[in-house]
Design a protein around this ligand. Structure first.
Ligand code: ADP
Length: 447
């Protein structure tokens, strides 16, 4: 209130001075009262003029509100200072609010799920990048467009228009390539919040799991049905000794088939549930090939010409039982799918970059091109009856792929029907080495 006192004092002093001066001049010309009145008017005029000038300067500053407010003394100085402070505080609040909003939007933007805001007319107000990808939208270009004009999936439109959002819905993504789980929530004044999640992978895994269970059940049911038929036969019919022997032999075959299937399933489960083999346990490639070759020779029973060659002293790091299982699977397949008189070549070689490859090449029945990409799927068979007749489970190549991937490698399959097939295991440099390279290690030797 300092300014009020000074202002009143100043106005009083001015009015007094003007009144006295003009009253004095008035007395000289014989009219002191008129002089005093003129003096008072002059003082009022000066005060009004000064206030008007200061007020207009303040108004001019307030219009643009940039820079500092006019620095006056007294009432106008105090007024300008307080208005400037209110302006600054207001601006600071706006900046803080904007920053908070930006942080909030950035957090939603970082969400792995899609978030979209719709107004009461179902027009898109805002969406994050994930939601834009899910629905194939342009977050800026499609703003304020009706969502039903942008997303035309009937399932989605029906869900949006149903008004019942207690539960979510599963809808196809744009072009039908993905599957989305969507959930709507009402908020504010008729606005809606749309949350979306890409569940394509989950759905695919679920379908694979269902297929797997169905396949396993089918594979087990078939030998079981055969076995129960034989059990009934044995129980109800009086068979001759040779007939009985034949039935028992067939029963043994089915039992072996089930045992192989269960063994392969357990192998797959173990592979999936255990950590990758470490790269510090080295095994001789020649020894692994020798052991796999012995199995293959037994299976072939002299019907095939089998040749195996490997770098001398080549070594591989990982799990020897897994690696042996992978190589043996490939060799056994080569024997099983190559008619008698055919040839099987197994060759281990190193590349310049240090990596290695194992080629298992046969002159067997071969595989048509369209089957190649699916061969390593579980239970995928080109010729089901041939596979089963030769004791196959349909899981061999999927086990091989698992094993080689666990060792950082990959499998490549080339084949031509009627000519033969080559299955190649590629192994990374970190998992292969050649001991004592000076002893002519690069020369392949017959195992
Ligand atoms: P299976 O137990 O049926 O042999 P695999 O997973 O080992 O199962 O092989 C999958 C399918 O790939 C086989 O059913 C067979 O049709 C085909 N296949 C595998 N190896 C060969 C091969 N060397 N020559 C021709 N076909 C093969």
């Amino acid at each position: 209130m300092d300014w009020l006192f000074r202002r009143l004092l100043g106005a009083l002093a001015l009015a007094l001075a003007c009144t006295l001066v003009l009253a004095g001049i008035g007395a000289l010309v014989g009219s002191p009262v008129l002089g005093a009145a003129l003096g008072a008017m002059l003082a009022t005029g000066v005060l009004v003029l000064r206030d008007s000038v200061k007020a207009s300067r303040l108004m001019a500053w307030m219009r643009v509100a940039q820079g500092t407010a006019p620095r006056d003394t007294g009432l106008w100085g105090e007024l300008a200072y307080r208005i400037e402070r209110a302006f600054v505080a207001g601006e600071k609040r706006v900046v803080e609010e904007r920053q908070r909003l930006e942080q909030f939007l950035a957090a939603i933007e970082a969400s792995p799920n899609g978030v979209m805001m719709l107004d009461a007319n179902e027009q898109m107000l805002w969406c994050n990048r994930v939601a834009a990808e899910h629905f194939g939208l342009d977050p800026e270009g499609d703003r304020l467009q009706r969502l039903t004009n942008l997303v035309r999936s009937p399932t989605f439109v029906a869900y949006l228009q149903s008004g019942r959002y207690d539960e979510g819905a599963t809808v196809p993504g744009p072009l039908g390539r993905t599957t989305l789980s969507v959930l709507l929530r009402d908020y504010g004044n008729g606005q809606k919040l749309l949350l979306s999640q890409d569940i394509t992978e989950r759905e695919r895994n679920e379908a694979m799991r269902r297929d797997f269970v169905a396949n396993v059940s089918h594979e087990i049911r078939t030998p079981l049905t055969v076995l129960s038929g034989f059990v009934e036969t044995l129980a109800q019919l009086k068979l001759s000794e040779p007939e009985r022997q034949r039935v028992l032999q067939l029963m043994a075959q089915q039992t072996t088939r089930m045992q192989s299937l269960v063994a392969d399933l357990l192998t797959l489960a173990t592979l999936e549930g255990s950590p990758r083999p470490t790269a510090d346990r080295w095994h001789s490639v020649s020894t692994l090939l020798e052991r796999a070759k012995a199995d293959a020779i037994a299976l072939s029973a002299g019907r095939h010409e089998l040749r195996v060659s490997a770098e001398n002293d080549a070594q591989i790091a990982g799990s020897d039982s897994e690696l042996l299982s992978a190589i043996a699977n490939l060799l056994n397949n080569a024997v099983r799918y190559t008619p008698a008189g055919g040839r099987i070549d197994v060759n281990w070689s190193r590349r310049d970059d240090g990596s290695a490859r194992l080629d298992v090449c046969d002159s067997g029945v071969g595989i048509a091109r369209e089957h190649l990409p699916r061969l390593t799927e579980r239970f995928y068979r080109v010729d089901g009856s041939r596979s089963r007749d030769t004791g196959g489970t349909g899981l061999g190549l999927s086990i091989v792929k698992h094993i080689v991937q666990r060792h950082g490698g990959s499998i490549e399959i080339r084949s031509e029907p009627g000519v033969g097939s080559t299955f190649t295991l590629h192994l990374p440099a970190i998992r292969v080495r050649t001991l004592n390279a000076s002893r002519g290690a690069d020369a392949p030797v017959e195992v």
